[in-house]
Design a protein around this ligand. Structure first.
Ligand SMILES: Cc1ncc(COP(=O)(O)O)c(C=O)c1O
Ligand SMILES: N[C@@H](CCOP(=O)(O)O)C(=O)O
Length: 425
């Protein structure tokens, strides 16, 4: 089964339902999409992806009844509408000071922290929960470093379903645990890292105890694919040109896989020239960088890291399950991957915040990675770049407080406040 950028649109197999089916990216076997719950290939256990008889065109998006957000791109999704809050339509910020400091021809920040629960996961959940309804399941579950659990709890709650989230104990930022709790999820804290939580959730799903809504679920990635459509439309409207490169943080590698799928579908329909496909450039924290290791070693598979650590807890992941989809995405678009230190991440978080863009640490990894690749000469000064920032600053208030200014105590008196500001004590 080809994961090449440029392949002809596939003919619909007999199992297709209204022009949609699931295909194994490893062996090519096809499956009916909504007949039974399935996450991986029955034959070889490979990853599945949704396929469409008609890949999408810009004209279909422009003709959409929904004028913004994820469901504007329904022509590229398995349904016309999902369980929606609504999500998507996030801003593409200009950051002139960072642009000139890093030294690229154009830099924009796609701030996915502006989604309803504060991260890109909402785009996946609106589709994933819709599919869960189609399949008739009643309990949804995920493993999470935090954001997936917040989105699952909100969208599952909205859909009137039971939600169960497994978190690595003590390793999830406060804002995210609070979201999952208030949106009504049952929270299980596991004495292990995210990858261990995902192993358990996969076992639960295989035993039919819950419907898994991590990015191993191919329909989650269909929703996340709309980040790509939106970036291309926003960037093109603004400048009449597509970005040369999209830089993004990588954890479980779902977004990398989803963006690559977006580009492949547009190339298939003729909506995007292969030469205009942005270079997918992944960034990981040094303490959790198995994808970077695989790219640097030109390896076909990613080695699972059992010990992972980083201040950017959202990407504290050692076994990126979407690697078989994401590695071709990086390679076939001419991109690369780079690891950054926690200090570099915090520096980028501060620089974004100074321009009014508040992001959580994992999100700032994209900007830290761009800075590093520019310093190393991997990124050219004439490139137009979009950095994806994946989650909102308030997700991790402790990290924000630690990276920001300390509050100063002053007396309850205006003259004393003025004296304090003038440097007298
Ligand atoms: C804020 C944030 N950024 C980045 C990532 C990594 O995204 P992906 O797993 O799609 O690589 C995650 C979760 O994995 C996240 O929560
Ligand atoms: N950062 C993620 C990790 C799980 O990723 P998923 O995309 O596979 O759900 C999170 O927020 O939990």
């Amino acid at each position: 089964m080809s994961m090449e950028l440029s392949t002809a649109a596939p003919d619909a197999p007999a199992v297709a339902d209204d022009g949609v089916w699931l295909a194994c990216v490893a062996c090519g076997e096809t499956f009916a999409p909504f007949e039974t719950v399935r996450y991986t290939c029955d034959d070889c256990d490979g990853l599945l992806e949704a396929r469409y008889a008609e890949p999408p065109t810009w004209a279909e998006f422009e003709a959409s009844e929904v004028d913004r957000g994820v469901w504007r791109y329904a022509a590229a999704l398995p349904f016309e509408m999902g369980v929606s809050l609504p999500e998507g339509d996030t801003p593409l910020h200009e950051v002139p000071r960072l642009e000139s400091e890093i030294g690229v021809s154009r830099l924009r920040i796609k701030h996915e922290g502006m989604n309803p629960t504060g991260s890109f996961k909402d785009r996946g959940m609106t589709v994933g929960v819709r599919v869960a309804k189609e399949l008739g399941v009643d309990r949804l579950a995920c493993a999470s470093t935090g954001n997936t659990s917040a989105a699952l709890a909100a969208y599952g709650g909205r859909g009137g379903m039971e939600t169960l989230v497994l978190l690595p104990a003590g390793k999830v930022a406060a804002g995210k645990v609070a979201q999952a709790a208030l949106h009504g999820a049952r929270i299980l804290e596991v004495d292990g890292n995210f990858d261990a939580c995902l192993d358990i959730v996969q076992d639960l799903a295989e035993r039919g105890e819950a419907y898994l809504l991590n990015s191993l679920n191919p329909f989650r990635l269909e929703g996340q694919k709309t980040i790509g459509f939106e970036i291309l439309e926003q960037f093109r409207d603004e400048e009449g040109r597509f970005p040369d490169r999209i830089v993004l943080p990588v954890g479980n590698a779902g977004n990398t896989a989803a963006l690559y799928k977006c580009f492949r579908e547009l190339v298939q329909s003729g909506a995007l020239d292969e030469a205009d496909v942005p270079k997918l450039t992944g960034v990981q924290a040094e303490g959790a960088a198995p994808m970077v290791e695989a790219i640097e070693n030109d390896a076909d598979e990613v080695r699972r890291w059992d010990e992972v650590e980083t201040r950017a807890t959202a990407i504290r992941i050692g076994n990126p399950v979407n690697a078989p989809k994401a590695l071709p995405g990086i390679r076939n678009t001419g991109g690369t991957a780079v690891a950054v230190s926690d200090e570099e991440i915090t520096g980028a978080q501060r620089a974004l915040a100074a321009e009014g863009v508040g992001v959580e640490p994992a999100s700032a990894a994209s900007v830290a990675g761009l800075r590093k690749l520019r310093d190393e000469g991997v990124v050219d000064d004439d490139e137009a770049v979009v950095c994806l920032t994946t989650g909102h600053l308030l997700k991790d208030p402790d990290a924000a407080a630690a990276a920001g200014n300390d509050p100063e105590s002053v007396p309850n008196d205006t003259d004393a406040v003025l004296a304090h500001l003038a440097g007298e004590r």
